[in-house]
Design a protein around this ligand. Structure first.
Ligand code: 13P
Length: 240
């Protein structure tokens, strides 16, 4: 039986009707190998299903005058177990800083929520063979200053920015080597053995072969995770 996991980052996709349909098809699955991160407004709906849930984003204070934000304390009311931290869309569109990401990671851990910390290089950096250097920088910028205990609770999602929503993905060898590199770096610098997911254009067609890459611990799936039948097929691949 496979032990990789699928994390569905549903981003700002889906209407209420589509969410109902999604829950009808997948809502009875309760498995550590399938985690749904819905648009926040649908978390309550999903919390009535059996599915394990994550947030797409989380704030770093428990409560207060922070318009539009959702705290880890509030998320815990809905049995949230994971939170995506530092997705490239939030770093680039919403200008999330390394300092914010550090605080978000600490807040998650204080509430027993596993942070899924995202890193990834741009197309230009990839073409200039700077991927490893960039990923190392992104890791150090946020992990430095965190307690080793906290780092040991983090999962990393490696998402090349140029692979997100484009249909282009690195070769399997590149994914394998980069994932191994990330694990080695975290081990060397912080003495922690960390889980690493791959994200970027994972779908029903390529999941079978990506699933063969042993060092990869799972997948962070965007667009394809909003189609329940496609997601079900992908889930069947990783558990088989
Ligand atoms: P896509 O699967 O749509 O490429 O998105 C990947 C992603 O950003 C998951 O966080």
């Amino acid at each position: 039986m496979g032990n990789k996991r699928i994390f569905a980052n549903q981003k700002m996709y889906m209407t209420k009707k589509e969410v109902d349909e999604f829950i009808k098809i997948l809502g009875s699955i309760h498995s550590e190998q399938l985690v749904i991160c819905p648009t926040a407004i649908y978390v309550e709906k999903f919390s009535q299903s059996k599915l394990i849930l994550g947030m797409q984003n989380i704030f770093y204070e428990d409560s207060g005058a922070y318009t539009g934000e959702i705290s880890p304390l509030q998320a815990k009311d809905y049995h949230i177990q994971y939170a995506i931290v530092g997705h490239s869309e939030r770093r680039n569109i919403l200008n999330e800083s390394n300092d914010m990401l550090k605080k978000k990671i600490q807040a998650c851990i204080a509430h027993n929520i596993t942070p899924i910390f995202c890193i990834g290089e741009t197309k230009e950096q990839y073409e200039m063979h700077k991927t490893n250097e960039i990923l190392k920088r992104q890791i150090i910028d946020v992990f430095q200053g965190l307690k080793i205990h906290d780092i040991s609770k983090i999962m990393i999602a490696y998402e090349p920015i140029w692979a997100i929503g484009t249909g282009f993905i690195p070769t399997e060898k590149e994914i394998k080597d980069t994932t191994q590199y990330i694990k080695n770096i975290v081990w060397q610098l912080f003495d922690v053995s960390i889980s690493v997911l791959y994200g970027g254009s994972v779908n029903e067609k390529n999941v079978q072969s990506l699933n063969q890459i042993d060092v990869v611990d799972g997948f962070l799936v965007g667009g394809a995770s909003t189609k329940p039948k496609e997601l079900l097929k992908m889930y069947e691949v990783v558990v088989s």
